[in-house]
Write a protein that binds this ligand. Structure first.
Ligand code: GLY
Length: 359
Protein backbone atom coordinates (compact mmCIF):
# COMPACT_ATOMS: atom_id res chain seq x y z
CA UNK A 1 0.00 0.00 0.00
CA UNK A 2 1.24 3.45 -0.93
CA UNK A 3 0.97 6.03 1.81
CA UNK A 4 1.87 9.69 1.46
CA UNK A 5 3.96 11.47 4.09
CA UNK A 6 0.94 13.66 4.88
CA UNK A 7 -1.32 10.61 5.44
CA UNK A 8 1.41 8.96 7.52
CA UNK A 9 1.73 11.97 9.84
CA UNK A 10 -2.06 12.25 10.07
CA UNK A 11 -2.43 8.54 10.89
CA UNK A 12 0.35 8.79 13.48
CA UNK A 13 -1.20 11.82 15.11
CA UNK A 14 -4.57 10.06 15.30
CA UNK A 15 -2.92 7.02 16.87
CA UNK A 16 -1.16 9.19 19.44
CA UNK A 17 -4.37 11.08 20.17
CA UNK A 18 -6.24 7.79 20.62
CA UNK A 19 -3.52 6.48 22.93
CA UNK A 20 -3.58 9.71 24.91
CA UNK A 21 -7.33 9.63 25.29
CA UNK A 22 -7.58 5.97 26.17
CA UNK A 23 -4.67 5.87 28.64
CA UNK A 24 -3.66 9.20 30.13
CA UNK A 25 -0.15 9.29 31.61
CA UNK A 26 -1.51 10.20 35.04
CA UNK A 27 -4.88 8.54 35.29
CA UNK A 28 -7.22 10.55 37.50
CA UNK A 29 -10.02 8.21 38.31
CA UNK A 30 -13.38 9.79 38.92
CA UNK A 31 -16.11 8.69 41.25
CA UNK A 32 -17.81 6.97 38.32
CA UNK A 33 -14.92 4.45 38.37
CA UNK A 34 -15.99 3.16 41.80
CA UNK A 35 -17.59 -0.27 41.68
CA UNK A 36 -21.39 -0.16 41.78
CA UNK A 37 -21.15 -2.39 44.86
CA UNK A 38 -19.10 0.20 46.80
CA UNK A 39 -20.04 0.08 50.47
CA UNK A 40 -17.97 2.19 52.80
CA UNK A 41 -17.55 2.16 56.53
CA UNK A 42 -17.15 5.22 58.70
CA UNK A 43 -13.64 5.64 60.09
CA UNK A 44 -11.89 8.60 61.72
CA UNK A 45 -8.11 8.66 62.27
CA UNK A 46 -5.83 11.24 63.86
CA UNK A 47 -2.45 11.78 65.42
CA UNK A 48 -2.36 10.21 68.91
CA UNK A 49 -3.28 13.50 70.62
CA UNK A 50 -6.61 13.28 68.76
CA UNK A 51 -7.89 10.31 70.76
CA UNK A 52 -10.72 12.37 72.29
CA UNK A 53 -11.36 14.06 68.96
CA UNK A 54 -11.75 10.87 66.89
CA UNK A 55 -14.38 9.62 69.35
CA UNK A 56 -16.34 12.85 69.04
CA UNK A 57 -16.02 13.02 65.23
CA UNK A 58 -17.04 9.36 64.83
CA UNK A 59 -20.12 9.91 67.02
CA UNK A 60 -21.10 13.00 65.04
CA UNK A 61 -20.74 11.14 61.72
CA UNK A 62 -22.54 7.96 62.76
CA UNK A 63 -25.19 9.27 65.18
CA UNK A 64 -25.92 12.77 63.88
CA UNK A 65 -25.12 12.14 60.22
CA UNK A 66 -22.74 15.12 60.45
CA UNK A 67 -20.66 16.19 57.50
CA UNK A 68 -17.16 14.66 57.70
CA UNK A 69 -15.40 18.06 57.80
CA UNK A 70 -17.74 19.50 60.45
CA UNK A 71 -17.11 16.37 62.53
CA UNK A 72 -13.29 16.41 62.38
CA UNK A 73 -13.09 20.17 62.92
CA UNK A 74 -15.18 19.65 66.07
CA UNK A 75 -12.73 16.85 66.93
CA UNK A 76 -9.60 19.01 66.65
CA UNK A 77 -11.34 21.93 68.43
CA UNK A 78 -11.06 19.86 71.63
CA UNK A 79 -7.25 20.16 71.53
CA UNK A 80 -7.27 23.72 70.17
CA UNK A 81 -9.33 24.87 73.18
CA UNK A 82 -7.43 22.78 75.76
CA UNK A 83 -4.99 25.14 77.54
CA UNK A 84 -2.92 22.13 78.64
CA UNK A 85 -2.13 21.05 75.07
CA UNK A 86 0.97 23.09 74.29
CA UNK A 87 1.13 22.12 70.63
CA UNK A 88 -2.04 23.71 69.23
CA UNK A 89 -4.40 26.65 69.74
CA UNK A 90 -4.86 28.08 73.25
CA UNK A 91 -1.74 27.31 75.30
CA UNK A 92 0.43 26.47 72.29
CA UNK A 93 4.14 27.20 72.76
CA UNK A 94 4.92 30.64 71.31
CA UNK A 95 7.47 31.96 68.82
CA UNK A 96 10.77 33.54 69.89
CA UNK A 97 8.96 36.80 70.69
CA UNK A 98 6.54 35.03 73.03
CA UNK A 99 3.64 35.28 70.59
CA UNK A 100 1.52 32.24 69.71
CA UNK A 101 1.11 31.96 65.92
CA UNK A 102 -1.15 29.24 64.53
CA UNK A 103 -1.31 27.41 61.19
CA UNK A 104 -4.19 25.24 59.94
CA UNK A 105 -5.74 23.93 56.75
CA UNK A 106 -8.62 21.70 55.72
CA UNK A 107 -10.17 20.03 52.68
CA UNK A 108 -13.75 18.95 52.03
CA UNK A 109 -13.70 15.98 49.67
CA UNK A 110 -17.28 15.96 48.32
CA UNK A 111 -17.17 19.62 47.23
CA UNK A 112 -13.45 19.69 46.36
CA UNK A 113 -12.87 22.83 48.45
CA UNK A 114 -9.99 23.85 50.70
CA UNK A 115 -9.07 26.60 53.18
CA UNK A 116 -5.99 27.60 55.14
CA UNK A 117 -4.59 30.15 57.57
CA UNK A 118 -0.98 30.82 58.52
CA UNK A 119 0.65 32.76 61.36
CA UNK A 120 -2.79 33.52 62.82
CA UNK A 121 -2.67 35.33 66.20
CA UNK A 122 -5.19 35.68 69.05
CA UNK A 123 -7.85 33.24 67.76
CA UNK A 124 -7.69 29.72 69.24
CA UNK A 125 -9.63 27.67 66.70
CA UNK A 126 -7.40 28.06 63.63
CA UNK A 127 -9.10 25.04 62.01
CA UNK A 128 -12.46 26.83 62.09
CA UNK A 129 -10.92 29.98 60.64
CA UNK A 130 -9.39 27.87 57.81
CA UNK A 131 -12.84 26.38 57.20
CA UNK A 132 -14.36 29.89 57.18
CA UNK A 133 -11.83 30.93 54.50
CA UNK A 134 -13.07 27.90 52.52
CA UNK A 135 -16.77 28.58 53.18
CA UNK A 136 -16.95 32.35 52.81
CA UNK A 137 -14.22 33.48 50.40
CA UNK A 138 -12.98 32.85 46.89
CA UNK A 139 -9.46 32.45 48.34
CA UNK A 140 -7.73 29.44 49.84
CA UNK A 141 -5.17 30.91 52.25
CA UNK A 142 -5.06 33.99 54.48
CA UNK A 143 -1.99 34.84 56.56
CA UNK A 144 -0.88 36.98 59.49
CA UNK A 145 -2.73 40.22 60.16
CA UNK A 146 -5.12 39.58 57.26
CA UNK A 147 -6.09 36.19 58.68
CA UNK A 148 -6.77 37.72 62.11
CA UNK A 149 -8.79 40.62 60.65
CA UNK A 150 -10.87 38.13 58.65
CA UNK A 151 -11.44 35.94 61.72
CA UNK A 152 -12.60 38.87 63.86
CA UNK A 153 -14.91 40.06 61.08
CA UNK A 154 -16.36 36.54 60.97
CA UNK A 155 -17.15 36.80 64.67
CA UNK A 156 -14.35 34.69 66.15
CA UNK A 157 -13.38 35.56 69.73
CA UNK A 158 -10.11 37.46 70.23
CA UNK A 159 -8.08 36.15 73.17
CA UNK A 160 -4.50 35.99 74.42
CA UNK A 161 -3.39 32.44 73.54
CA UNK A 162 -0.28 32.54 75.73
CA UNK A 163 -1.13 30.69 78.94
CA UNK A 164 0.90 31.24 82.11
CA UNK A 165 2.45 27.77 81.71
CA UNK A 166 3.59 28.46 78.13
CA UNK A 167 4.82 31.96 79.11
CA UNK A 168 6.97 30.42 81.87
CA UNK A 169 8.38 27.86 79.39
CA UNK A 170 9.13 30.67 76.94
CA UNK A 171 10.95 32.67 79.64
CA UNK A 172 13.05 29.59 80.53
CA UNK A 173 13.95 29.11 76.88
CA UNK A 174 14.77 32.82 76.50
CA UNK A 175 17.04 32.86 79.53
CA UNK A 176 18.90 29.80 78.24
CA UNK A 177 19.72 30.67 74.67
CA UNK A 178 22.75 32.82 75.27
CA UNK A 179 25.29 32.67 78.12
CA UNK A 180 26.41 36.24 77.45
CA UNK A 181 23.12 38.08 77.58
CA UNK A 182 21.58 39.88 80.55
CA UNK A 183 19.16 37.09 81.49
CA UNK A 184 20.24 35.06 84.52
CA UNK A 185 20.29 31.30 84.08
CA UNK A 186 18.22 29.14 86.41
CA UNK A 187 19.94 27.68 89.44
CA UNK A 188 18.56 24.18 88.80
CA UNK A 189 19.06 22.44 85.48
CA UNK A 190 15.86 22.97 83.51
CA UNK A 191 15.07 20.91 80.45
CA UNK A 192 13.64 23.24 77.89
CA UNK A 193 10.46 22.08 76.24
CA UNK A 194 10.49 21.83 72.50
CA UNK A 195 7.45 21.00 70.41
CA UNK A 196 6.64 20.18 66.83
CA UNK A 197 3.25 18.96 68.01
CA UNK A 198 0.22 19.25 65.79
CA UNK A 199 -3.11 17.51 65.38
CA UNK A 200 -4.19 15.99 62.06
CA UNK A 201 -7.58 14.28 61.63
CA UNK A 202 -9.14 12.53 58.62
CA UNK A 203 -12.58 10.96 58.23
CA UNK A 204 -14.62 8.91 55.79
CA UNK A 205 -18.33 8.19 56.16
CA UNK A 206 -20.46 5.25 55.04
CA UNK A 207 -21.05 6.76 51.59
CA UNK A 208 -17.33 7.29 51.04
CA UNK A 209 -17.21 11.06 51.54
CA UNK A 210 -13.87 12.15 52.97
CA UNK A 211 -12.40 15.23 54.68
CA UNK A 212 -9.13 16.19 56.35
CA UNK A 213 -7.88 18.90 58.71
CA UNK A 214 -4.65 19.82 60.48
CA UNK A 215 -3.94 22.53 63.06
CA UNK A 216 -0.88 23.57 65.08
CA UNK A 217 1.00 26.27 66.96
CA UNK A 218 4.04 25.11 64.98
CA UNK A 219 7.60 24.59 66.11
CA UNK A 220 8.17 26.18 69.49
CA UNK A 221 10.40 29.27 69.65
CA UNK A 222 10.20 29.67 65.86
CA UNK A 223 11.21 32.85 64.09
CA UNK A 224 8.13 35.11 63.95
CA UNK A 225 6.30 34.61 60.68
CA UNK A 226 7.58 31.06 60.19
CA UNK A 227 4.89 28.91 58.51
CA UNK A 228 5.07 25.12 58.71
CA UNK A 229 3.45 22.31 56.79
CA UNK A 230 0.14 22.57 58.66
CA UNK A 231 -0.90 25.59 56.62
CA UNK A 232 0.17 24.02 53.33
CA UNK A 233 -2.47 22.04 51.47
CA UNK A 234 -0.75 18.97 50.04
CA UNK A 235 1.83 18.90 52.84
CA UNK A 236 0.08 19.07 56.23
CA UNK A 237 -3.06 17.40 54.89
CA UNK A 238 -4.66 16.46 51.60
CA UNK A 239 -7.93 14.86 50.58
CA UNK A 240 -9.29 13.53 47.29
CA UNK A 241 -12.83 12.20 47.58
CA UNK A 242 -12.15 9.49 45.00
CA UNK A 243 -9.09 8.10 46.82
CA UNK A 244 -8.62 9.04 50.49
CA UNK A 245 -6.95 11.51 52.81
CA UNK A 246 -3.60 11.91 54.54
CA UNK A 247 -1.85 14.25 56.93
CA UNK A 248 1.21 14.73 59.08
CA UNK A 249 2.61 15.90 62.40
CA UNK A 250 6.22 16.69 63.27
CA UNK A 251 8.93 18.68 61.56
CA UNK A 252 7.07 20.66 58.91
CA UNK A 253 10.21 21.79 57.10
CA UNK A 254 10.96 18.15 56.23
CA UNK A 255 7.44 17.49 54.99
CA UNK A 256 6.93 20.62 52.88
CA UNK A 257 9.75 19.55 50.54
CA UNK A 258 8.00 16.29 49.60
CA UNK A 259 4.36 17.50 49.66
CA UNK A 260 3.86 14.48 51.93
CA UNK A 261 0.07 14.33 52.24
CA UNK A 262 -0.43 14.78 48.49
CA UNK A 263 2.24 12.17 47.76
CA UNK A 264 0.52 9.62 50.03
CA UNK A 265 -2.86 10.17 48.38
CA UNK A 266 -1.28 9.80 44.93
CA UNK A 267 0.39 6.54 46.02
CA UNK A 268 -2.96 5.26 47.28
CA UNK A 269 -4.53 6.25 43.94
CA UNK A 270 -2.02 3.91 42.31
CA UNK A 271 -3.09 1.08 44.61
CA UNK A 272 -0.53 1.35 47.41
CA UNK A 273 -2.03 0.49 50.83
CA UNK A 274 -2.29 3.37 53.36
CA UNK A 275 0.47 2.14 55.70
CA UNK A 276 2.86 1.36 52.83
CA UNK A 277 2.14 4.78 51.31
CA UNK A 278 3.07 6.45 54.62
CA UNK A 279 6.31 4.42 54.84
CA UNK A 280 7.26 5.27 51.25
CA UNK A 281 6.74 8.93 52.08
CA UNK A 282 9.03 8.68 55.13
CA UNK A 283 11.65 7.18 52.77
CA UNK A 284 11.13 10.10 50.38
CA UNK A 285 11.50 12.59 53.24
CA UNK A 286 14.82 11.04 54.27
CA UNK A 287 16.02 11.05 50.66
CA UNK A 288 15.22 14.77 50.49
CA UNK A 289 16.81 15.70 53.83
CA UNK A 290 19.94 17.82 54.00
CA UNK A 291 23.02 16.22 55.54
CA UNK A 292 23.07 18.31 58.73
CA UNK A 293 19.78 16.71 59.80
CA UNK A 294 20.90 13.10 59.25
CA UNK A 295 23.26 10.98 61.33
CA UNK A 296 26.25 9.14 59.87
CA UNK A 297 23.97 6.27 58.78
CA UNK A 298 21.47 8.57 57.12
CA UNK A 299 18.85 8.41 59.88
CA UNK A 300 16.87 11.58 60.56
CA UNK A 301 17.53 13.67 63.67
CA UNK A 302 13.89 14.77 63.78
CA UNK A 303 10.42 13.32 64.15
CA UNK A 304 7.78 13.28 61.46
CA UNK A 305 4.67 11.09 61.29
CA UNK A 306 2.17 10.43 58.53
CA UNK A 307 -1.42 9.16 58.71
CA UNK A 308 -3.50 7.86 55.79
CA UNK A 309 -7.12 6.85 55.31
CA UNK A 310 -8.49 5.21 52.15
CA UNK A 311 -12.00 5.70 50.79
CA UNK A 312 -12.91 2.11 51.69
CA UNK A 313 -11.92 2.64 55.35
CA UNK A 314 -8.45 1.08 55.33
CA UNK A 315 -5.98 3.16 57.32
CA UNK A 316 -2.33 3.29 58.34
CA UNK A 317 0.35 5.43 59.89
CA UNK A 318 4.14 5.54 59.81
CA UNK A 319 7.01 7.36 61.39
CA UNK A 320 10.78 7.10 61.12
CA UNK A 321 11.25 5.55 64.59
CA UNK A 322 9.38 2.84 66.50
CA UNK A 323 7.02 3.75 69.31
CA UNK A 324 4.68 5.97 67.31
CA UNK A 325 0.93 5.61 67.66
CA UNK A 326 -2.13 7.15 66.08
CA UNK A 327 -5.79 7.39 67.05
CA UNK A 328 -8.57 5.49 65.29
CA UNK A 329 -12.34 5.42 65.81
CA UNK A 330 -14.52 2.96 63.93
CA UNK A 331 -17.10 0.29 64.77
CA UNK A 332 -14.55 -1.20 67.21
CA UNK A 333 -14.43 2.04 69.21
CA UNK A 334 -11.75 4.69 69.75
CA UNK A 335 -8.23 3.37 70.36
CA UNK A 336 -4.53 3.96 69.77
CA UNK A 337 -2.84 1.89 67.04
CA UNK A 338 0.91 1.31 66.50
CA UNK A 339 2.49 3.19 63.60
CA UNK A 340 4.76 1.39 61.15
CA UNK A 341 8.39 2.54 61.33
CA UNK A 342 11.74 2.37 59.58
CA UNK A 343 14.17 2.30 62.52
CA UNK A 344 14.11 1.13 66.14
CA UNK A 345 13.83 4.00 68.62
CA UNK A 346 17.01 2.72 70.30
CA UNK A 347 18.86 3.67 67.08
CA UNK A 348 17.56 7.24 67.08
CA UNK A 349 20.37 9.82 67.15
CA UNK A 350 19.89 12.24 70.04
CA UNK A 351 18.37 15.60 69.17
CA UNK A 352 20.25 18.48 70.69
CA UNK A 353 18.38 19.03 73.98
CA UNK A 354 18.61 22.45 75.55
CA UNK A 355 19.31 22.29 79.27
CA UNK A 356 19.78 25.42 81.38
CA UNK A 357 22.58 25.21 83.92
CA UNK A 358 23.95 27.68 86.37
CA UNK A 359 26.68 29.72 84.74
N1 GLY B 1 3.96 20.13 61.70
C1 GLY B 1 3.86 21.34 62.37
C2 GLY B 1 4.86 22.32 62.01
O1 GLY B 1 5.94 21.99 61.57
O2 GLY B 1 4.61 23.50 62.17
Amino acid sequence: MNITRREFIGAGATAVATMTLSKPLFAVEGEQSLPATFAGRPVVIASANGIRGVAKAYDMITRENADTLDAIVAGVNIQELDPNDQSVGLGGLPNEDGVVQLDACCMHGPTKRAGAVAALEDVATASLVAKAVMDYTDHIMLVGAGAKKFALEMGFEEQNLLTEKSRQDWLKWKSCINNNDNWLDHSDPVKIKYSTGTINMNAVNATGDISSVVTTSGISWKIPGRVGDSAIIGAGQYCDNTVGAAGSTGRGEANIKVCGAFFIVELMRQGVAPEAACLKTIERVIAMTEKRLLDYRGRPRFDLSFYALAKDGRFGGATAYSGGQFAVADASGPRLVESAYMFKMTERPASPAMVCRQA
